[in-house]
Design a protein around this ligand. Structure first.
Ligand code: PHE
Length: 505
């Protein structure tokens, strides 16, 4: 048990889980939280400096808006294709539910506890628990990761936006696979065109973030997320009638473990983090604006289910088109840009549906990109006193510049490959597969081991029964061990699976 009293920067930690938390940086609501029956927890709650989500639904939509994006529709199908389908999908699902879900709950609960940007939140909550303020480093790492993700994300989102106009203009009507491929290569190979759309996307992201996340984002996601779902379902009907649906289902759901490599397992784990926006503080920043009393558990379950459902839906839409047209399932980042236009080019109302699809994909990317720089913007405004609009613009400019590394990856620097491949391949690999899992590992260790039982059960608000125990077990043991094993497996080129197979024999 731990007694934590914070006052004017003074931290006194003693034995007992009676916690009275008054932090100098706190804006106090003045409301005393309930006392727990067996231990007295008197927690004076902080309030966010940026307001709160208007309803629980607004929060669910915002986190879903951040989670559902290019990761689900562009990235998931192409990495599933590159890594052999079924077995990869299975590992990915396992990572999402066993590692992703408890870490999402951890991020939200830490965020709401601290009610500040991830850097300050980790510092404040760490101190409150009588531990080091250096946990702030996790927040700083997240801020850097977020900026780097946006730098390449906006390039791909830019392509999606340019496809809106191409599809609407009838570019893909009655075309064949090779024409669609060369159209994509023309766009990605032109650094000027790609840079134009990259710039545009950064600008619209900065505009929303500058307005403040709730005001800017709430309005946006409320309409867009349901519309995206409806359109995906319509496209699913088209794919189901393509004659190749069964083959796609088999490809995605029949596990063939011989096609799975150690690095495939790491990619599946990395993608679980990427697609759920975990490990870099986006969800923590959103959690800071979550009203008291909103259930973190059910909210997280809804978001994880929605995100996973949309990724699987995207796969079930794209792979029938791949098989029907004899395309390569391992075509890489260009996969959706080379498959879907073919489908749109040949279906009734294709110009309309295709245009709508790329509009909604661009919007989905937009609502995700906001979460990437929100932690950094919140940090600059809260800690450095910089105005929101100025902070958003500075960060946007910086991200824009770094983005040119990705812009050139398909044109000027196409041949300049190192380590994992092009500049884009490397930045994506390092962030998705290393930085996000590492950030997630720190976050789950923080929630599971650094925060005392009372603080987490108070925040999760689900008592100390089975639900709480399950979360705590996953957060303390399963998620950290899984992340560590997968990182060791990938770094060593398969030491863990070699060891497991020797045990099996
Ligand atoms: N989850 C988003 C997607 O799947 C990407 C993202 C990563 C968003 C990290 C915010 C933070 O597209």
């Amino acid at each position: 048990m731990l007694l934590c009293v914070h006052f004017d920067g003074l931290t006194i930690a003693a034995l007992s889980c009676l916690s009275i938390k008054i932090h100098p940086e706190s804006r106090l609501s003045g409301r005393l939280d309930k006392s727990m029956s067996d231990q007295t927890t008197t927690t004076v709650k902080r309030q966010s400096l940026h307001g709160q989500w208007s309803t629980r639904m607004a929060f669910i939509l915002a986190v879903t808006g951040s989670a559902v994006g290019l990761g689900n529709i562009w990235k998931f199908p192409y990495i599933a294709g590159e890594n052999g389908g079924g077995a990869f999908v299975l590992i990915y699902l396992l990572c999402v539910f066993v590692v992703g879900l408890p870490i999402m709950m951890s991020e939200i609960l830490i965020g709401r506890r601290g009610r500040r940007n991830p850097v300050m939140t980790m510092k404040i909550v760490g101190e409150e628990e009588g531990r080091s303020r250096n946990w702030a480093l996790v927040g700083i790492m997240g801020i850097i990761a977020g900026v780097l993700i946006l730098s390449f994300y906006s390039v791909i989102a830019g392509w999606a936006m340019s496809y809106v106009f191409m599809t609407a203009g009838g570019t893909f009507v009655d075309t064949d696979a090779s024409q669609v491929k060369s159209t994509f290569e023309l766009l990605s190979g032109s650094w000027k065109l790609t840079a134009f759309w990259h710039t545009f996307f950064i600008v619209i992201t900065v505009v929303v973030v500058a307005q403040g996340v709730q005001r800017g984002l709430e309005r946006l996601v409320r309409i867009l997320m349901p519309a995206l779902l409806v359109l995906l379902l319509l496209l699913l009907v088209f794919s189901m009638n393509s004659g190749y649906f069964g083959q796609a289902v088999e490809f995605m759901f029949r596990p063939n473990f011989s096609a799975l490599t150690p690095s495939g397992v790491l990619i599946a784990l990395g993608h679980a983090f990427f697609t759920l926006s975990l490990g870099m503080g986006a969800v923590m920043a959103y959690g800071a604006y979550l009203p008291e009393g909103t259930s973190i558990t059910s909210t997280s379950v809804i978001v994880v289910l929605a995100d996973t459902g949309i990724a699987l839906l995207a796969g079930l839409i794209i792979f029938p088109v791949v098989f029907a047209n004899n395309l390569q399932s391992d075509a890489g980042p260009g996969l959706i840009f080379q498959t879907l236009p073919l489908a749109f080019g040949h279906m009734p109302g294709g110009v309309f549906f295709g245009t709508m699809f790329f509009v909604l994909l661009s919007f989905a990317a937009w609502t995700s990109s906001i979460g990437m720089i929100e932690p950094a913007v919140a940090w600059m405004t809260e800690s450095k006193g910089i105005k929101r609009a100025v902070a958003a613009s500075i960060l946007g400019g910086f991200t824009w510049l770094i983005g040119f590394g990705t812009v050139f990856s398909w044109s000027l620097w196409k041949e300049k490959t190192f380590f994992q491949g092009t500049f884009f391949d490397n930045i994506d690999y390092l962030i998705s597969n290393i930085a996000l899992p590492l950030g997630g590992l720190m976050i789950t260790i923080f929630a599971g081991w650094v925060m005392c039982r009372n603080s987490t059960s108070d925040e999760l608000n689900c008592g100390t029964g089975l639900m709480y125990k399950s979360w705590r077990f996953l957060a303390r043991y399963i998620a950290p061990i899984a992340v560590i094993l997968v990182l060791i497996e990938a770094a060593s080129g398969g030491i863990v699976s070699d060891y497991l197979s020797t045990i099996g024999n």
